[in-house]
Design a protein around this ligand. Structure first.
Ligand code: KIV
Length: 263
């Protein structure tokens, strides 16, 4: 299994890192068999699995439930688990208690926390207790209301300065990697060149040290995808076709056949 050192090495050796955000046993198993570098159990499960508008209602217990399933499906893969909204913001002690539950109960290798300078004391508390932390800057979905919606970040000079300062602060605090979400590619390039830890982009262009996509997005399970998603397969169409064929074959008595029957 990979360790945080392998991700740092990958950056030094100019090898791109692949990360997939997913939430179930079966999809994690496919990710491991396909050889992705790491799996994120993202709190995007609020939207993808629960059909919610935001990640805010996702609970720590739900993250733990899904992370356990992912670990079962991917026993040899480095797994990062998102700390959900309000599981780390209250105090470093509260964050440590909750991150501790994630690590003890799921077998994850690291946690991810959204935010910059304001979360540094929390990150330091976790890292000094032996819990590796991944940072997350740019569009931080847990702050969707404060950001005024799901918008590209880092467009103004002021925003750019803040994201750059935040990335330096996160690196100094000891995070092993930073997710950059929905920022212009030139800003992601500047940060990637500046920090020694790997950056992993989503909607951040081609210059980051790695890329992350949500499994269900890249497999084409939704009607529409954001601009940054590449749909590698049209999963919804394939599944719909299979279900229609199943219904038709049942109606017509073509399924089950003899080979599907215990005689
Ligand atoms: O929740 C998630 O899946 C994420 C990725 C999109 C980076 O945070």
């Amino acid at each position: 299994m990979k360790t945080i050192n392998d991700f740092l090495e990958a950056k030094k050796e100019n090898r791109k890192i692949t990360m997939i955000s997913t939430y179930e046993y079966w999809s994690a198993k496919i990710c491991e068999e396909a050889g992705v570098d790491c799996i994120l159990v993202g709190d995007s499960l609020g939207m993808v699995i629960q059909g919610l508008e935001t990640t805010l209602p996702v609970t720590l217990d739900q993250m733990i439930y899904h992370a356990k399933a992912v670990r079962k499906g991917a026993p040899e893969t480095f797994i990062i688990v998102d700390m959900p909204f309000m599981s780390y913001q209250i105090s470093p002690e509260d964050a440590l208690k909750n991150a501790g539950r994630i690590m003890k109960e799921t077998g994850a290798n690291a946690v991810k926390i959204e935010g910059g300078e304001e979360v540094i004391p929390i990150i330091q508390k976790l890292i000094s207790s032996g819990i590796p932390v991944m940072g997350h800057l740019g569009l931080t979905p847990q702050s969707v209301h404060a950001l005024g919606g799901y918008k590209v970040q880092g467009k103004t000079q002021q925003q750019q300065k803040k994201i750059i300062n935040d990335s330096k602060a996160l690196e100094q605090a000891g995070v092993f990697s930073i997710v950059l979400e929905a920022v212009p590619s030139n800003l992601a390039k500047e940060i990637t060149e500046f920090v020694e830890i790997p950056t992993i982009g989503i909607g951040a262009g081609r210059y980051t040290d790695g890329q992350v996509l949500v499994f269900h997005d890249m497999m084409g399970f939704f009607d529409r995808s954001p601009k940054f998603v590449k749909r590698y397969v049209e999963g919804k169409d394939l599944f719909t076709q299979a279900l229609k064929q199943f219904s038709q074959e049942v109606q017509e008595g073509k399924f089950p056949e003899k080979k599907h029957t215990y005689d």
